[in-house]
Design a protein around this ligand. Structure first.
Ligand SMILES: [Ca+2]
Ligand SMILES: [Ca+2]
Ligand SMILES: [Ca+2]
Length: 295
């Protein structure tokens, strides 16, 4: 009798542990490093080549570092130390900068001594002109706005980040900013803890972008419909816009193979559906795997 099974596994070591240093190089591409303002000309987000200790760093929930324009001087994207540990409040001269909502949408403010504030949070995330970063490619798009400079174009393919850098000072595999946004400190969540006791550890919930304090929220296959004589399945799994995904299959629970979809961005909303096909064996295990973007 033909048999097909489904199985879900979260995370599964698919996320690289990232380290940081106090003088880390910019994450901006050495080639695609420019935004453009009709009034200010090119703005370089990776100045001081080839190393760029002052350049912009794209992080999991905030940005830091500086851009430089010949006509406008330095522009500060934030000092990398938001007061609450995960997002600049932009309510004081010591707590300002550009934020990232985790799903690629930018917000908050940059500041230049010669040009004043530059607003990244002027539009709703659904706006096609909202400043954002494509989590699959690292490409920026949309516009920031400055009263003194007007629109600053981040798109057109001239600005790319090659990484999303996070800080993990307690070496538990979990981005410190994510820990501080969900817990009162860095010691509550560990590589072994499961705060909401839903059977998925806090580390795996971080990798999957699910809520570690909501027992109903974790990465799971919601439905699997088999067809084509058990050589095809339509798989629907819960997904979060802050993560990328793979669908993997195997017939022995050991040698998992990525599907032809590769690594892909989720559908809009809270679930994602893909059709996977296979040949050669009538027994097939299927799992969805969350992947941190731009490792
Ligand atoms: Ca940590
Ligand atoms: Ca949990
Ligand atoms: Ca949970």
């Amino acid at each position: 009798m033909k048999r097909a099974l489904q199985r879900l596994t979260t995370g599964l070591g698919s996320v690289l542990l990232l380290s940081s240093s106090l003088h880390a190089d910019s994450t901006i591409s050495a080639t695609f490093k420019h935004a453009y303002s009709a009034n200010a000309g090119w703005l370089n987000l990776r100045p001081d080549q080839p190393a760029s200790p002052n350049g912009v760093v794209f992080g999991g929930s905030f940005l830091s570092g500086h851009a430089f324009g010949v006509n406008v001087g330095w522009i500060d994207f934030g000092d990398g130390s938001p007061a609450n540990g995960f997002a600049y409040q932009n309510d004081s001269a010591t707590d300002y900068g550009v934020n990232h909502d985790g799903a690629g949408n930018l917000g908050g403010m940059a500041y230049g001594a010669n040009v004043g504030w530059i607003n990244f949070g002027w539009a709703a995330p659904v706006s096609p002109n909202r400043p954002r970063v494509n989590l699959l490619t690292g490409a920026f798009s949309g516009y920031a706005y400055s009263v003194n400079l007007g629109w600053i174009n981040l798109g057109g393919g001239s600005l790319v980040t090659t990484a999303m850098r996070v800080t993990d000072s307690d070496s538990d595999g979990i981005d410190d900013a994510w820990e501080r946004s969900h817990f009162p400190d860095l010691t509550t969540a560990t590589a072994a803890s499961d705060t909401d006791k839903d059977g998925v550890g806090d580390l795996a919930e971080y990798r999957a972008g699910t809520e570690p304090d909501d027992a109903t929220d974790y990465l799971k296959v919601a439905s699997t419909t088999f067809s084509g004589g058990n050589t095809q399945a339509t798989v629907t799994f819960t997904s979060d816009p802050s993560r990328l995904y793979r669908i993997e299959t195997c017939d022995d629970l050991v040698n998992w193979q990525n599907s032809a979809h590769g690594t892909f961005a989720p559908d809009p909303g809270t679930t994602t559906t893909r059709i996977v096909t296979w040949t050669g064996n009538d027994r097939r295990f299927i799992r969805a795997v969350a992947v941190k973007p731009l490792p």
